[in-house]
Design a protein around this ligand. Structure first.
Ligand code: S3P
Length: 439
């Protein structure tokens, strides 16, 4: 469980095997597709964090019957006939919950209000409001297109939509609305955003066609007026959760860590390519297929010293959630490394460019903020008090960096870690870092 105020510092060299929690993106989708489906869906190895539990509670409020036994969740869906919720739905800290649910709420003739915490209330929602309004929904927002959103939907019509950023959340939102629309819906993505929706939806009975396009983008065409059918999903391990330990192993000479049962979907493995380009040894074994996703055991071993590497802008969507973990490697490399093409970092749970640069400075590591990314110069990191900015990935990045600092890394607030990875600090300790404040 997440301790109240942990302190992390160097222990023994990082080493060992761990199983990351179930993938958060896939768990959200399994819950929300299950809400729309006819029949009882089973989700094995669901992500145990607050974000996915929030999606589950929202599904319940919209009429799903839910049974939960640890990481095994069962949902009896609504066959698309949503219950009008009695209260605003609380999406907590989770952008995925709000943006995907908005596409579902758009089918409801009764008004549905989606609200979130202070971090989510600052995040941009115009990117989903624009296409949903074109499909026929009416949406009231707070100033500047921010949450809360009140959505009144009903009769929707399919559209062709060019998603302006490579965002899987926006594409999925539009496709979920498209399931209830008359006529087909087509979304065009400009880059390699994660493709879990396209991999999963056909198994629920949706008719989808995917065409690859330039720069790793794709066009997805979905037939409208479809009722999904329930199914079983065994969720692969979350590559974005594993990333912190894998990057920390890459950054420490002689460290070697194995993530067991990790999702290897190529839209999610940009960080592994970057660590290899920086000189870490990355080996993958026991590759198999689960829930339509490639899964395997990934071992990363740290070389004597990583070398700096400029991540090409086209790779950014494949490691957008791993940039905080990348910082752990970049801050140990010889020279200056950079990430570009990643302006989306500025609208995540925090402005991650700012949160990373300020906390790196506190740790004695030089960095340079850029409009679409940042550059980091390797050095010797020292422990510091980290400002979390209500962002789980900021806490986890600096806690994993603490595995190589002599002084303790401490935090103003670590509660956000529970949104995605409640067992994070225990695993960090088990792999070799000295973690105080964990039972
Ligand atoms: C997610 C998509 C990404 C990612 C987020 C989860 C998803 O966001 O950063 O953590 O599950 O679809 P964008 O779609 O906004 O890029």
């Amino acid at each position: 469980m997440t301790p109240a105020s942990p302190a992390v510092r160097r222990g023994r060299p990082l080493g060992g095997r761990f199983t990351p929690p179930g993938d958060k993106s896939i768990t959200h989708r399994a819950v929300l597709f299950g809400l729309l489906a006819e029949g009882t869906s089973r989700i094995e190895y669901a992500n145990p964090g607050e974000d996915c539990l929030g999606s589950l509670r929202c599904a319940e409020a919209l009429g799903a019957a839910v049974r939960r036994d640890g990481a095994l969740w069962e949902l009896t869906g609504t066959a698309g006939a949503l219950r009008a919720p009695a209260h605003p739905l609380d999406c907590g800290n989770s952008g995925t919950t709000m943006r995907l649910l908005a596409g579902i709420a758009a089918r409801s003739a009764a008004a549905v209000t989606l609200a979130g915490d202070a971090s989510l209330s600052r995040r941009p929602m115009a990117r989903i409001v624009t296409p949903l309004e074109r499909m026929g929904a009416r949406i009231a927002t707070s100033e500047g297109g921010r949450p809360p959103l009140t959505i009144t939907g009903g009769a929707l019509a399919g559209i062709r939509y060019d998603v302006p950023v490579a965002s899987a959340q926006v594409a999925t939102c539009v496709l979920l609305a498209g399931l209830a629309a008359s006529g087909a819906t087509e979304v065009r993505l400009p880059g390699p955003a994660r493709d879990h929706t396209e991999r999963m939806l056909p198994a629920y009975g949706a008719a989808l066609e995917v065409t690859e396009s330039e720069h790793g983008g794709r066009t997805v065409r979905l037939a409208g007026a479809t009722t999904l059918r329930a199914r079983e999903v065994r969720v692969p391990g979350d590559a974005s959760a594993a990333a912190f330990f894998l990057a920390a192993a890459a950054a420490e000479p002689g460290a070697s860590v194995t993530a067991v049962h990790m999702n290897l979907n190529p839209t999610r493995t940009g960080l592994l390519d970057v660590l290899a380009a920086m000189g870490a040894e990355v080996s993958i074994e026991h590759v198999r297929d689960e829930a339509g996703e490639p899964v395997g055991d990934v071992t990363v071993t740290g070389p004597d010293r990583l070398r700096a590497f400029d991540v090409p802008a086209e790779w950014a969507p494949r490691l957008i959630d791993e940039v905080p973990a990348w910082v752990i490697a970049a801050s140990a490399a010889r020279g200056t490394s950079s990430v570009s093409g990643a302006s989306e970092l500025r609208v995540k749970e925090s402005d991650r460019v700012v949160a990373l640069a300020r906390n790196l400075a506190a740790c004695g590591i030089e960095s340079d903020e850029r409009p679409d990314g940042l550059a980091v110069t390797g050095g010797t990191a020292r422990g510091a008090r980290i400002e979390a900015h209500l962002d789980h990935r900021i806490v986890m990045a600096f806690a994993a960096l603490g595995a190589r600092t002599a002084e303790p890394m401490t935090f103003d607030d670590v509660s956000s870690v529970a949104t995605s990875y409640p067992g994070f600090f225990s695993t960090l300790g088990a792999l070799g870092a000295q973690v105080e404040g964990v039972a």
